[in-house]
Design a protein. Structure first.
Length: 351
């Protein structure tokens, strides 16, 4: 039952009592009060929350995405780059869909479109997971009626179609000839502001990701112990506060400590050691590979190469983990792309 009463102040008090639930609100205009009571009665009938904290005008998926982002910032949990990209893709591709029109077919079509764009099964699976998170968040926190079950059905369909699944493990390792070509190419091109040749060598020396190489500062380098602290290192369980000490060694054919000292001669020793945008570094690497005709080589493959070289140098798995930062030693198996030649070499050393 809904009642609307005019108050001495001239405002209008709207009250709704329905199915044992009660909610009230004050409005300046009677028409607004009337519209609100109808909305509250419908929400109660659907079993939704009638909390005053629920934002108004939640109509489309974009509204839910923006609501989720705002709540994350209020909770001091800003989005990471990968999640931000996925949410932007959801808004761009299906953000205009009204909440009550989000169904299995819409989500499956979204997955197919992402596949055509070149997204892999792991990436599409992550997009679908974020979509489910958005809908669950709106339902649990704000009482919005969202079709979470449609996402679950779509996931089953996309899995059967082979469009989502585990990431395909890469076994691409650069040859020494390819690395030498890259070094020569970067050294001969003065248009690069970043010392790409030194950065690539440092990546193979330390197994660091490009974002890690471009983030640590001179204050993080222990010059006496030859150790660098990588802060908030990527981890599937917890990134914030995951600071790890990485030894700068000469075991991969490139000396991480020598490269740091080389960088000191070209840097003012203030702020970041490699003060460059990681995206710029990645773009420069891709363009160089394209110009040189080096096919299917990613900057992240340098981390694979470094890890494999550490194993080839004779380090035990726990020692390699200290350099790479892997907490789960099982994860290191996908990086140990040892070659037959390396095993023969180890046999020669032991004989």
């Amino acid at each position: 039952m809904a009642t609307i009463v005019k108050l001495p102040s001239g405002n209008w008090r709207a009250q709704v009592r329905r199915n044992g639930r009660y909610v009230s609100r004050t409005f300046k205009r009677r028409r607004d009060a009337g519209q609100w009571t109808v909305d509250m009665e419908r929400r109660i009938d659907r079993g939704e929350s009638v909390s005053k904290t629920r934002p108004r005008h939640l109509n489309t998926l974009t509204d839910l995405v923006d609501l989720h982002i705002a709540d994350m910032y209020d909770s001091r949990k800003p989005l990471r780059r990968s999640k931000s990209y996925s949410l932007n893709k959801l808004k761009q591709d299906i953000g205009h869909i009204r909440i009550n029109q989000i169904d299995r077919e819409t989500i499956v079509d979204f997955g197919r479109h992402r596949s055509i764009e070149g997204a892999g099964p792991s990436t599409i699976g992550m997009d679908i997971s974020y979509l489910k998170t958005i809908l669950l968040h709106a339902k649990a926190v704000h009482g919005v009626h969202t079709p979470v079950e449609e996402v679950q059905l779509a996931r089953v369909a996309l899995n059967r179609l082979g469009l989502i699944g585990k990431s395909r493990e890469r076994d691409r390792r650069p040859t020494q000839e390819e690395l030498d070509k890259l070094f020569a190419f970067f050294d001969a091109n003065t248009r690069y502001l970043a010392p790409m040749s030194r950065i690539v060598r440092f990546a193979v020396a330390t197994a660091m990701r490009q974002s890690e190489i471009c983030s640590f500062e001179w204050d993080d380098v222990d010059m006496r112990r030859r150790i660098v602290t990588v802060r908030d290192r990527k981890d599937p369980r917890q990134k914030d506060g995951n600071h790890q000490k990485v030894p700068l060694v000469d075991l991969t054919g490139y000396d991480g400590w020598a490269l740091i000292n080389e960088q000191r001669r070209h840097n003012n020793n203030i702020g970041r050691v490699f003060p460059y945008n990681p995206r710029t570094v990645g773009t420069a690497f891709r363009r160089a590979c394209a110009d040189l005709g080096i096919d299917n080589l990613h900057f992240h493959d340098l981390r694979h190469e470094a890890t494999s070289r550490l194993f080839e140098a004779g380090l035990e798995i726990q020692q390699v983990a200290l350099v790479t930062g892997h907490k789960d030693w099982k994860m290191l198996k996908r990086y140990t792309h040892l070659t037959a030649d390396s095993i023969v070499a180890l046999g020669d050393k032991s004989s």
